[in-house]
Design a protein around this ligand. Structure first.
Ligand code: PNS
Length: 172
């Protein structure tokens, strides 16, 4: 099969997001994508539209780089992008966008986003069903539980937990 950019095979995938912070749900998708694609780029959005991120861009990139390293994922790297994902995908010759789907309600927004991204860039989106162990977690829930004193150890990589503890100490 030939991809929309004319190249065959399982080339470069981008996994875009805010990653504020990276969770085990994200890591599960990254690991599974790394087993399918030659290279996976974790694309950290510089200014998430939703709200001001808790973690700076450098903190988010550092936690992702450390978690990738700890997981031994040699074909995964992290970068940042600003503006339209479609523009980044075209400029960087990315073959496919990877998105995780946790629950059915994720699908509605992700479906229209995927169609818009394909219309703008010609690049398709591949959806990966979330591991049921992580289907109920989100970055915002992780932050709320952590900062209200709950235990999140099984929901974030160790490298993320360390950075979250530093952040909590800095905010005290
Ligand atoms: O982790 P998130 O916050 O769910 O990630 C959302 C993200 C960054 C993937 C999405 O907001 C995005 O792709 N933003 C880039 C801007 C863009 O291309 N918008 C048009 C999409 S139709």
């Amino acid at each position: 099969m030939t991809a929309s950019n004319g190249r065959a095979g399982h080339g470069v995938a981008i996994y875009p997001g805010s990653f504020d912070p990276l969770t085990m749900g994200h890591m599960d998708v990254i690991g599974r994508a790394a087993a399918i694609f030659e290279r996976v780029v974790v694309g950290v959005m510089v200014n998430p539209q939703k709200r001001e991120p808790l973690f700076t861009l450098d903190e988010r990139k550092a936690m992702i780089a450390a978690a990738i390293d700890d997981a031994g994922l040699a074909n995964v790297d992290v970068t940042d992008f600003r503006g339209l994902l479609a523009d980044f995908v075209r400029a960087q010759h990315v073959d496919v966008i990877v998105k995780g789907l946790r629950v059915v309600s994720d699908f509605e927004n992700e479906m229209s986003t995927a169609l818009m991204n394909r219309s703008l860039s010609g690049v398709d989106t591949v959806f990966m069903p979330s591991d049921p162990r992580y289907s109920f977690i989100s970055s915002s829930m992780i932050k709320e539980v952590f900062f209200l004193g709950g235990t999140i150890d099984e929901y974030v990589p160790l490298a993320v937990l360390r950075i979250m503890r530093d952040k909590r100490n800095a905010l005290r």
